[in-house]
Ligand binder design. Structure first.
Ligand SMILES: [Zn+2]
Ligand SMILES: [Zn+2]
Length: 186
């Protein structure tokens, strides 16, 4: 292991991490001074934190044009599926799966099957948008549902009934849609 100081440069230097520690250790990749506090063990010796991290794998590195395309397609798909969900609210479970997978797969395809935090946030934002569309569709198309909910649970807040936001099952279904994105892009 390249943990011993380089014999050609045996001088003690202050560590590059800013800790003021004097060290003879060098990063095995870039040669910067490293100290026991900041060095990272790797299969090819001790490295500085930057070299240990390495470049981001390509699949976690979506292009800007891919992100823009994914956002555009994601918004359209989520609006359509949200409207569909709102039109058939009693199929909530299947609609949640449809919204989650529909958005996740179209965003994935538009971004050329990349992953990572940007696409995760983007897809979750689209799913959330689809959920909002579905709630407004319900409030518009089927006010009878809200009336039924209010009669069954007179104590429920009015807005919760209008937007069909029961904790179980509706909000659970929404969580399923979001979880699908999480699994797909994390
Ligand atoms: Zn380094
Ligand atoms: Zn250090």
């Amino acid at each position: 292991m390249a943990t011993m100081p380089d014999p050609s440069d045996p001088s003690e230097q202050t560590c590059s991490c800013g800790s003021n520690v004097l060290t003879r250790l060098r990063c095995s990749r870039c040669g910067k001074p490293i100290c026991p506090r900041c060095m990272v063990a790797s299969p090819v010796g001790y490295r500085c934190p930057e070299c240990a991290r390495g470049p981001r794998p390509a699949v976690y590195n979506p292009s800007t044009s891919g992100l823009v395309k994914a956002a555009g397609i994601g918004v359209v798909v989520s609006a359509c599926l949200g409207f569909f969900w709102g039109s058939y609210p009693s199929w909530g479970f299947y609609m949640a799966l449809l919204l989650g997978f529909g958005v996740a797969e179209s965003v994935a395809k538009a971004s050329n099957y990349k992953r990572g935090p940007e696409l995760l946030a983007l897809s979750m934002g689209c799913v959330f948008f689809g959920i909002v569309v579905s709630r407004f569709t319900i409030a518009q198309l089927t006010p009878g549902l809200a009336l039924g909910l209010l009669l069954d649970n007179p104590g429920d807040p009015f807005l919760r009934a209008v937007f069909y936001l029961r904790f179980i099952p509706d909000m659970l279904f929404m969580a399923i849609s979001l979880a699908i994105c999480y699994v797909r892009f994390k």
